[in-house]
Design a protein around this ligand. Sequence first.
Ligand code: OGA
Ligand code: MN
Length: 220
Amino acid sequence: MNAIPQLPLPADNPLMARAAAEIRRQGWCRLPDALPPELAQSLLLRAVKLRSTSFRRAGVGRHGDELINDFVRRDKIHWLDGRSPEQAAWLQWAEQSRAQLNRELFLGLFSFESHFAHYPVGGFYRKHLDAFKGEANRKLSVVLYLNPGWTTHDGGELVLYSPDIGAEEVARVTPLFGTLVMFLSEEFPHEVLPAHRDRYSIAGWFRINASHPERSDPPR
Ligand code: OGA
Ligand code: MN
C-alpha cells in the first residue's frame, strides 16, 4: 500500500485560534494588536495617501446596483487590489486566516474582499447587516482599525447588536489602531457612530462560494 505523503500545514496563528474559539462561542470576536504593528502602520500610510486621489463615496445596495445615500452612510472607500507590498501582506494575512478559520470552524470560507474606508468628521454608517440570509455569500465580516490614540471622546465606535429580535447592544468597539473585529455577517446588525475626527479602517468579508451555473461569484 502506498503511503500518502503528508504536506506540512502552515503553522496556526495562536491569535486566530483564540478568535475562532470566540466566534464559535458567541459569533463575534475582538482582537487588540491583531497584526504586526509595522504592517498596520504601512496600511494606514497607504490609506492616507490614496485618500486624496482614489477614494470614492461608498454606496448602499448590491454590487453594480449601488446608490449614494447620505442618510445611511458617509464614508469613502477604496477596494484593495494587492498591488502594493502592504496590501499584498494584508491579503496574505487574510488568506492564512481564512485557511485556519476553515480548519477550526468549518465555515467553508472561499474568498476574501476588502476596502479601505475613511469617515470624515461627522461620518457614520447607520445600523445595517452586511449580508442577508440565503441571498448574499458574505459569511464573516472583518474590520481592522488604523487610528493611533483614538479615545472614547473621538466617537466613531462600532456598535454590534444581538442577532435576536430585541437586538440589544452586545459590544461597543473603539476603533483604535491595531484592533480587529470579526462577526458573522448574516447575524449581527451593527452601526458606526458619528466620528469626531478622521477615522480610518479596512473592512473586509470572507465569502462562501455561491457559484451558480449562470452566474459566477464573487463577481470581481
Ligand atoms: C461596513 C461597516 C464598520 C466599521 O463597512 O460595512 O460596517 O466599524 N464598517 O467601520
Ligand atoms: Mn457593515
